[in-house]
Ligand binder design. Structure first.
Ligand SMILES: [Cu+2]
Length: 116
């Protein structure tokens, strides 16, 4: 029979494989639950300009200006293409790294997405 390690807060003598498995599942869910982050595009700026997320999280760029913008990684790791006024674009990064990005329409606009 395989012995399993159990979390210390579980009564040592009462620890069963099932209890351990359930705890592990709960812990995994708590850690892995993806989050959604919003980057507002407003007044020709990305806000926040720098954002750090985890792989599998969702990032939503919302264009609050009255003209289109893009969120385009310098490496082209992601590219929203044109985001119309009042529209949004979402992206779920799958690769870790730091991705400087900008708007292809407005070269003064810069941001950075870091994925862990
Ligand atoms: Cu722009």
């Amino acid at each position: 029979m395989v012995k399993r390690r159990c979390a210390p807060w579980v009564a040592v003598r009462g620890c069963t494989a099932l209890a351990c498995a359930m705890l592990a599942l709960l812990a995994a869910n708590a850690i892995a639950a993806p989050k959604t982050y919003v980057v507002a595009i407003e007044n020709m700026q990305f806000n926040p300009p720098d954002l750090t997320v985890k792989r599998g999280d969702r990032v939503v760029w919302i264009n609050k200006d009255i003209f289109p913008h893009t969120a385009t990684a310098e490496t082209r790791a992601f590219d929203s293409r044109s985001i119309a006024a009042s529209a949004s674009w979402s992206y779920e990064p799958g690769k870790a790294g730091t991705f400087p990005y900008g708007c292809t329409f407005h070269p003064t606009m810069h941001g950075a997405l870091t994925v862990r």
